[in-house]
Design a protein around this ligand. Structure first.
Ligand code: XMP
Length: 522
């Protein structure tokens, strides 16, 4: 089976911050869906995509604005169910003969409670059964619907939203004023479940099926060409490599660039696992002298990132040439990166940090890209990794940034500091594992600070480095909260680090959230 043979749901994106969450809710239901910005969806696209159902996302616009985002009219003639959310509801009413009014004083942001009208609606199965017949929902809208379109009826109201839930059951059009995809609409997933059931989805999008399909696609794309992959030891590049290897065997070569900025024993573990368990052709390029040499005396964070990014490409290219070049470059690009690059609202406007990747290489070396994870979200990549037999301990690993320990060592990087940092980090992670907290935390690490402080150990004075422990919870790394360790845990960890790691005599805990901080220190 190919993706085009699966039942497909189309999400038309009108620019909501949470459109990706709609897709995630659907993927959790084993429904294949794609997000496309409204301006790229025209009649031809609809005919080719042939969705089995359509969802209109929310969005920041007003239907009154000049050039307001609209779907093509033909979407209403496809004969498939449509669900409009927030701005999507307003668009639906606007297009089908209802009325929308400007916000003026009726804008609504935050928690609200919806109660049902007497008539039952299939899409609301499982709603209004508990909690005194009302459901908590999340509202976030400026304009509002003041008159519903002909054929629609009201099935739920809230004090400020008389048309909170509306539907034209004959045509299978549903429209809600609130956001069922967010956490603050606790029963929202049920609404999506009912919608896809009513639309007749089989729920055939599983990682087992995906594995087979992806393998067939890789074989078709690559033929007897050669593929090269930069293996970082992270989940994405690892899953991509194992999948491609399963598809084309030794036509794939992986290059693991050791920049000397990895954690304790990390390189040996990564390389060992791929060599032993997967028998995958792998070059272990130890380039630590080169990287650490070029980083000597550099303390500016952006300068560090640029040096590492540039060297990485150089080194990777050198090793690729040594094995006689390749026709394809494999990358672990995920669906959120794909959406970001086509989103009509565009990416972030300010560069906070220049991220490290192998950008520019495919053009320089005249290679095409193989990106077998382009349709997947991170949790799906993990599920695929399990399907491919990667150990859970590996799949559940915290993210580790491309520039490695360089950005956890503010100020000048020295081998001495890196060695101390590796030891302290190993003790900290050991503590977290021993207390069974690893899986609750998105990312945890130590940063070594560019200051020495005075301490006393035994009868002697010490003058050693201070370090900061960092641990955050997060859904996607975009925002984060510091992890609320107990004081006992922090005290025990500080004692262990100071006793077990020569070179550190002071431990602090970083309690900054993101924003305003970032997760990494640089
Ligand atoms: P920040 O520090 O920006 O990090 O809050 C957000 C997430 O991204 C990771 N990160 C990187 N990952 N290359 C990567 O592959 C990079 O250059 C890079 N910089 C930060 C960071 O570890 C966190 O998970």
């Amino acid at each position: 089976m190919t993706i085009s043979e699966h039942d497909r749901l189309l999400i038309i994106d009108f620019g909501s911050q949470v459109t990706q969450l709609i897709a995630r809710r659907l993927r959790e239901l084993n429904v294949y869906c794609e997000i496309h910005p409204f301006h790229l969806v025209d009649d031809g696209f609809l005919a080719e995509f042939a969705p089995k159902a359509v969802i209109f996302s929310g969005g920041p616009s007003s239907v009154f604005a000049a050039g307001a985002p609209m779907p093509p009219r033909s979407v209403f003639d496809l004969g498939v169910p449509i669900l409009g959310i927030c701005y999507g509801q307003q668009v639906m009413m606007h297009c089908l003969g209802g009325k929308v009014e400007r916000g003026h004083g009726t804008a609504e942001f935050g928690r609200a409670y919806v109660t049902p009208t007497p008539t039952r609606l299939d899409i609301l199965d499982g709603w209004f059964e508990t909690d005194q017949d009302r459901e908590q929902v999340w509202m976030s809208h400026g304009d509002h619907v003041s008159e519903i379109a002909p054929g629609f009826e009201v099935y739920g109201t809230s004090p400020n939203a008389p048309f909170a839930i509306t539907a034209d059951t004959t045509r299978g059009f549903f429209a809600v004023q609130f956001h069922p995809e967010v956490h603050h609409t606790p029963n929202g997933a049920k609404l999506y479940e009912n919608f896809v059931r009513l639309a007749g989805f089989k729920g055939d999008w599983t990682m087992g099926a995906y594995r087979e399909e992806a393998i067939a696609r890789i074989r078709a794309q690559v033929g007897d060409g050669r593929v090269i992959c930069a293996l970082s030891g992270g989940v994405d590049s690892s899953v991509a490599a194992v999948l491609i290897h399963e598809a084309i065997g030794d036509q794939l070569t992986c290059v693991y660039v050791d920049h000397g900025l990895m954690r304790k024993d990390e390189s040996e573990q990564v390389v060992g696992m791929f060599r032993e368990h997967y028998n995958l052709p792998l070059i272990h390029a130890d380039e630590s002298d080169l990287f650490l040499g070029k980083l000597e005396g550099v303390s500016d964070p952006e300068a560090k990132r640029k040096i590492i990014g540039g060297l990485f490409i150089e080194v990777f290219e050198k090793h690729a040439k040594e094995i006689g070049g390749a026709d394809f470059l494999a990358q672990g690009t995920l669906y959120p990166d794909v959406i970001e690059s086509v989103s009509f609202s565009g990416g972030p406007s300010v560069t906070i940090k220049s991220h490290h990747n192998v950008g520019g290489l495919p053009e320089r070396m005249n290679m095409q890209l193989v990106e077998p994870l382009r349709e997947l979200f991170k949790d799906e990549v993990r599920a695929l990794g399990r399907e491919l037999g990667l150990p859970d301990s590996f799949i559940g690993r915290h993210p580790f940034p491309g520039p490695g320990l360089a950005i956890r060592c503010p100020g000048e990087i020295t081998r001495e500091k890196l060695d101390i940092l590796r030891e302290a980090d190993a003790v900290y992670i050991d503590q977290i594992r021993k207390h069974d907290l690893y899986d609750e935390i998105w990312q945890a690490f130590v940063a070594i600070l560019p200051v020495r402080t005075v301490g006393v150990m035994g009868d002697g004075r010490t003058y050693d480095f201070a370090c900061a422990l960092r641990a955050v919870t997060s859904v996607d790394g975009m925002t984060a909260d510091y992890y609320p360790f107990s004081h006992e845990f922090l005290g025990e960890t500080a004692t262990r680090i100071i006793n077990e790691v020569p070179g550190i005599n002071r431990v602090t805990y970083d309690i900054t959230s993101k924003p305003p901080g970032t997760i990494e220190w640089e």
